[in-house]
Design a protein around this ligand. Structure first.
Ligand SMILES: Cc1cc2nc3c(=O)[nH]c(=O)nc-3n(C[C@H](O)[C@H](O)[C@H](O)COP(=O)(O)OP(=O)(O)OC[C@H]3O[C@@H](n4cnc5c(N)ncnc54)[C@H](O)[C@@H]3O)c2cc1C
Length: 501
């Protein structure tokens, strides 16, 4: 180990732990520095003083999360529920029920999604108004050019431009944006909206199928994963807030600093969120000198709120996971029946319910009691039985500026894994990758990609195999290739016409 190359990884979320694990497996002298007191980042879980399990919001693992599923298998863990059905509510009651798509006869995408989703009120004519949008779905192929074409437009403009009816937008697409990108359509990049919707819903029929951890993700995945890293001699140090980097005369990073403490490194991987990197840049003269890092100050992050309620009785919640819209114009929320999802509550005689709010700006200043009253009222609109339940315990976790905001025009400021410092790499769910995944899977994949770049540079060990997302279905491949040919022809005709070539 004494001759091993030293790597410092910053941030112990999916990205940072993913990188640390791969490097520890390849025999690197790897140190993971985490500002908080546990692993998991946005997915961290812990116990309250009263011994109740809580976490920073419930996290689903969708069908295309191939790399996370493969990791869990490699770690020999068994953390997940079976595939679950979900529902959608508005103040008018139940709106949509989703089946387990992989159990139904497979149709070419996105027909299965449209045919098998059970809309309770939304008229067929509104649903059919989504058809023209398929052109944008085909045209957005996750390439750099596609991001640049669509990123300047808001998702709201995109749906309007393609003739999506007001009602379909309000009752279907905007709720998906609020839950998938944590922001309303007028604040989301159209590129991010297309990428996210394709990955989670449209690419293959089964993509919307989801599993959940049978306890907190912290306890079920991060704790044993951290132990495995430490068994491989990887070091995980808590309460270490990285404040700066040190560079030599060739711009190579030689160390990171945490206040007065210095950690030497042959390479460094950042796996911190947008707010985290902005704080580091704000205090670092070295990073501020680079335009790419200064420009990170243009990015935004979104407030979320995670509430857990213990009721005095069992309330019958038909589906374990539920998304809601129409309660607050710019806020989406979800609720989960933890008796159905978490082992520790299966035999409870009282209901334990998680309620998470995304783009929750207006709720964060309220005191806990005010928040709980709102939550109980909202739950009652969906499931009237909640009116009779008394809340006997609760946890309210405020997460200001926590999640990545894919705002219109933000793509130009996002970083890639490779930076202008030769041995400094970036990872996290906001970092540009060609992989095509989103959220936890993207964070983990970018951690693996950064680890591979370090392995390549320092020539110690073998690169990790990263599983690609499932290929586009044949008809989408044909449509994309025709579209590309048409685009190239039009471009060359135009440049010929304008005398550019
Ligand atoms: C309420 C909620 C619900 C969500 N639901 C889902 C879901 O259902 N499915 C899904 O896939 N995704 C979901 N997400 C998104 C998912 O949590 C993120 O995409 C993912 O966790 C991001 O991981 P990351 O490693 O990029 O960053 P993070 O998890 O943000 O980790 C960054 C880490 O860096 C540390 N750090 C920051 N600054 C420093 C510093 N200076 N020094 C040292 N350490 C530092 C932080 O403490 C943190 O531990 C949800 C998020 C929230 C908040």
């Amino acid at each position: 180990m004494t001759d091993s190359k030293k790597v410092v990884v910053v941030g112990a979320g999916w990205a940072g732990l993913g990188a640390t694990y791969q490097l520890a497996k390849q025999g690197y002298d790897v140190t993971l520095l985490e500002a908080g007191s546990q692993t998991g980042g946005l997915v961290a879980g812990w116990k309250t003083e009263g011994g109740r399990s809580v976490e920073a919001g419930i996290h689903g693992f969708w069908y295309p999360y191939r790399n996370i599923f493969s990791l869990v298998k490699e770690l020999e863990l068994d953390p997940f529920t079976d595939w679950t059905r979900s529902a959608q509510y508005s103040p008018a009651g139940l709106e949509v029920e989703s089946p387990i798509f992989q159990e139904l006869p497979r149709l070419p995408s996105p027909l299965g999604t449209f045919a098998y989703t059970q809309f309770k009120r939304l008229p067929l004519s509104d649903r059919l108004s989504a058809l023209p949008l398929m052109y944008a779905v085909v045209d957005f192929d996750n390439s750099d050019q596609a991001w640049q074409r669509y990123d300047g437009m808001t998702a709201r403009e995109l749906f309007r431009q393609y003739g999506v009816s007001e009602r379909l937008y309000r009752e279907s697409f905007e709720p998906m944006l609020l839950v998938g990108l944590f922001a309303p359509g007028e604040q989301c990049s159209a590129a991010a909206a297309l990428g996210m919707l394709y990955y989670f819903i449209l690419a293959h029929q089964a993509d919307f199928d989801v599993v959940w951890c049978r306890g907190t993700v912290g306890e079920k995945i991060f704790k044993p994963w951290g132990d495995r890293i430490q068994n491989l001699s990887g070091k995980i140090l808590y309460d270490q807030r990285v404040s700066d980097i040190c560079v030599d005369e060739f711009d190579k990073v030689t160390a990171v600093t945490c206040g007065d403490e210095k950690f030497d490194a042959d390479a460094v991987i950042f796996g911190v969120g947008i707010s985290g990197i902005q704080k580091i840049v704000a205090g670092s003269k070295t990073l501020q000198k680079r335009r790419e890092f200064r420009n990170l100050m243009n990015l935004g992050a979104i407030d979320v709120l995670a509430v857990r309620l213990w009721c005095d009785r069992k309330v019958n919640v038909p589906r374990p996971s539920n998304a809601c819209f129409g309660f607050d114009k710019t806020t989406g929320w979800t609720f989960f029946d933890l008796n159905a999802l978490h082992d520790e509550y299966t035999d409870e005689t009282v209901s334990v319910i998680e309620v998470d709010f995304y783009h929750a700006n207006q709720f964060l200043p309220l005191d806990n009691q005010e928040i709980i009253e709102i939550v109980q009222n909202y739950l009652t609109s969906c499931i009237p039985e909640f009116a009779n339940a008394k809340i006997i315990d609760s946890s309210v976790i405020r997460l200001p500026r926590a999640v990545t905001h894919f705002a219109p025009g933000s793509y130009q400021h996002l970083l890639r894994a490779v930076t202008s410092f030769p041995n400094l790499y970036m990872s996290g769910d906001w970092v540009i990758t060609n992989h095509g995944s989103w959220s936890q899977e993207k964070a983990y994949v970018t951690g693996l990609e950064a680890a591979n770049l370090v392995i390549q540079q320092l020539s110690q060990g073998n690169m990790t195999q990263i599983l690609p997302i499932e290929a586009d279905e044949p008809h989408i491949q044909i449509a994309r290739s025709l579209n590309q040919t048409l685009r190239n022809t039009v471009n060359s005709l135009l440049s010929g016409f304008l005398g550019l070539s």
